[in-house]
Design a protein. Structure first.
Lengths: 329, 283
């Protein structure tokens, strides 16, 4: 037996949630789907069949830009950023994006904890939607996920012809589940859709052996060194910090940055340990396929396919993985 | 057509040891194209040319300054070469231009080829490259009438509506600088948004910062934008950047009767100053 919520009830529940919580959900406008704050009145028009959003929802916890603190014009008085106690519900997040947040957690929630991230993480509830239309460039099962993987979510909804099967996996999720709006039915979980696998065996070891391979310069030939791949990625988390002087205060602001930027590793005195395009391109793949696995045991990728889809010059992580496995040491 | 491109590339590589041919090969989706760099004559077999070759490859020439390079260009891309030569960024002698008469490109994205022309191709005037050493295909007559109906539409709304429109578009900018990195006209050693001292814009993202970046970018390309549409194609959040570029293109065409990149000898209006020029006082 599974607990089912029909579409009408789901939407009335979401409207109720929008009253009490800040509700964030995938919204399509101008042909682009992005996670946005939605009001109760927008709930009826939410598209629950969406393919992955153009940009991952990591910005809900790790915003594109955020003021960490400010200093008053006296140069002494520290002003904490305005924060809210209002809890956030992210609705409609796909399992791959939840997995991306879990990967960032390992870094930002480890000691010393990133307080800005933790504060947002603690007051957010994740209501996932099993992905029923993976793109050809998706490969979540190869990196430990799956289109209907309930891990890392508080609640997972899986669409069936009779409504959505509701699986609450955490205490927060169970508490939020709308018992009165659901009914028990003898409807099994549908089999997850097929996703083409990418064999990853031995990739970290091959990366270790091929740091100096000319292969990286050849791939970098066509790389434009924009930051698209890192910015659309659900688990790239690099940032940089600048101080912005205003009329009556100075804001210390951190913003997304990318290892692909020319100035990212530039240090005082003008030295750049990654001065070439090849060295910068290589860093991103090494972080994903070797350094992160060495530190945390898992590849830093959720197989969401965004970088594959968004790269203007078709630098394809699946191809990198297969090529590296074939490189001669 | 493709055999001619491959043969010309092979001949050139055989004569230019250490050179590189920049062209197109099949992408990993098996249906669209991607840029390829070919260093050996035997590798020319991977070169392709079809209606998915949307990329403007001329930006890559800046990575090969002073090195012998052959490049496959469509008419719009070829104007990038003229722009860069005119602005003293490239040396014409080191480049061998394989110009291709363009049939018009399809709206091709990774894994998907839409059955409609790429938006820039709908308003394209020039179907034969503006610069080439070898021409592949028969020269085609130019399209005589300009179509600025897209610009007229946005000119037709009130200033408040226009402001609201652009505000909404720029709000979703993630400042990935894909538009800058792909642009042949964007080659400043240090972009104004990367400067640390003074911190004009920096990496902060927000409505005002995004506004400054996007408007700054467009104005920096006024009377310089060659209309290749790459900025708009690569934008991961679908900002209609060409609409801003084309408004400025129309202004420069009307004011100066100038089309950027049509030849390497004519400098863009904002890079020239004539003694007889006077500034009209704006009341």
């Amino acid at each position: 037996m599974n607990r089912i919520i029909v579409d009408n009830n789901l939407r009335s529940w979401l409207k109720e949630l929008a009253e009490k919580y800040t509700l964030v959900a995938p919204v399509t406008s101008d042909g682009v789907t992005l996670f946005k704050h939605v009001k109760g009145s927008q709930v009826d028009s939410l598209d629950l069949q969406y393919s992955n959003t153009a940009v991952s929802p990591k910005g809900c916890f790790f915003p594109l830009s955020e003021t960490m603190f400010s200093i008053g014009s006296d140069g002494v008085n520290v002003i904490a950023p305005v924060s809210t106690d209002r809890e956030v519900v992210i609705f409609g997040i796909h399992p791959c994006d939840a997995a991306g947040i879990a990967l960032i957690d390992r870094v930002f929630l480890a000691e010393p904890t990133d307080t800005h991230y933790k504060e947002k993480r603690d007051r957010t509830i994740l209501i996932g939607l099993a992905c029923n239309a993976p793109s050809p460039e998706c490969f979540c099962p190869s990196v430990g996920g799956g289109p209907a993987n309930p891990m890392y979510l508080d609640i997972l909804l899986t669409q069936t012809s009779a409504g959505y099967i509701v699986q609450a996996t955490t205490g927060k999720g169970k508490e939020l589940t709308p018992a009165a709006r659901m009914e028990e039915k003898d409807i099994p979980l549908p089999p997850p859709p097929h996703v083409t696998p990418v064999p990853l065996e031995g990739v970290s070891e091959m990366m270790r052996r091929n740091f100096d391979s000319p292969y990286w310069d050849r791939v970098a030939d066509r790389c434009l060194h924009c930051n698209i791949c890192s910015y659309v990625c659900p688990c790239c988390y690099c940032f940089d910090i600048r101080d912005y002087m205003g009329k009556d205060k100075i804001d210390r602001v951190r913003s997304w940055e990318s290892c692909q930027s020319a100035g990212f590793t530039m240090i005082a005195g003008g030295h750049d340990p990654r001065p070439t395009k090849g060295a910068r391109l290589r860093q991103r793949w090494y972080h994903k396929l070797l350094y992160f696995p060495e530190l945390f045991g898992d590849i830093k990728c959720t197989g969401c396919g965004r970088c594959v889809r968004s790269c203007p010059v078709n630098i394809d992580i699946r191809e990198i993985i297969t090529d590296v496995q074939k490189l001669n040491v | 057509m493709i055999e001619t491109i491959r043969n010309k590339a092979k001949e050139w590589l055989e004569k230019n040891d250490g050179g590189c041919v920049i062209g197109y090969e099949r992408a990993s989706d098996g249906m669209t194209a991607r840029p390829v760099f070919i260093y050996k004559p035997y590798m020319v077999g991977s070169l392709i040319f079809d209606e998915t070759c949307v990329h403007n490859l001329s930006k890559y020439l800046l990575n090969r300054r002073g090195l012998k390079t052959a490049i496959v260009v469509k008419p719009c891309d070829s104007r990038g070469i003229n722009l860069l030569i005119n602005e003293h960024q490239l040396d014409r002698e080191s480049i061998y231009v394989i110009g291709v008469v363009c049939p018009g490109m399809k709206d091709a994205h990774f894994g998907r080829i839409e059955d409609r022309p790429l938006s820039k191709c709908r308003v394209c005037l020039h179907h034969t490259p503006a610069v080439y050493d070898v021409l592949v295909g028969e020269p085609q007559p130019e399209t005589a009438s300009r179509d600025y109906s897209d610009v007229a539409r946005i000119e037709g709304i009130s200033i408040h509506e226009r402001n609201a429109f652009w505000k909404e578009q720029f709000e979703r900018c993630i400042r990935c600088y894909g538009c800058r990195q792909v642009c042949a006209g964007c080659y400043c050693q240090e972009c104004f948004v990367d400067e640390l001292d003074p911190l004009w814009v920096g990496i902060r993202s927000g409505p005002e910062d995004n506004w400054i970046w996007n408007i700054g970018r467009a104005f920096h390309l006024s009377a310089r934008c060659i209309g290749c549409g790459e900025c708009e194609r690569v934008c991961p959040v679908g900002i209609p950047l060409m609409l801003a570029n084309r408004k400025l293109e129309k202004e420069s065409a009307d004011l100066f009767d100038f089309e950027p990149g049509m030849d390497a000898g004519t400098a863009p209006p904002f890079a020239t100053f004539l003694k007889e020029e006077t500034l009209e006082k704006v009341e």
